[in-house]
Design a protein. Structure first.
Length: 95
């Protein structure tokens, strides 16, 4: 039969191991949360870059259409869109 002192020491050792394990898991969780935050930031930056590049592509397509004297209506529509967007921005700034 095991002595009560040995049982207590065994329980204490197991508790110490659990405390160390909990500390390690907390550190890993914090590290993972930081990584998630950084990845979200990178994702948002990349979304902005994609949006900017898509706008550039639209502008290039319109420019090519104008150069080819095709799509004049598309160019006018896009210019009108941009003018409306600028007017909205001016309206917001004057508030």
């Amino acid at each position: 039969m095991t002595k009560p002192v040995e049982l207590a020491e065994d329980i204490e050792n197991k508790l110490l191991k659990l405390v160390v394990q909990q500390k390690n898991l907390r550190e890993k969780a914090e590290k993972s949360l930081k990584e998630i935050h950084e990845l979200k930031k990178i994702h948002e930056e990349q979304k902005e870059i994609i949006k900017h590049l898509e706008e550039k592509i639209k502008t290039i397509r319109i420019t090519k259409n104008i150069e080819n004297k095709e799509g004049a209506e598309e160019a006018k529509r896009r210019i009108n869109e941009l003018v409306r967007e600028i007017e909205k921005c001016i309206g917001l700034l004057s508030i």
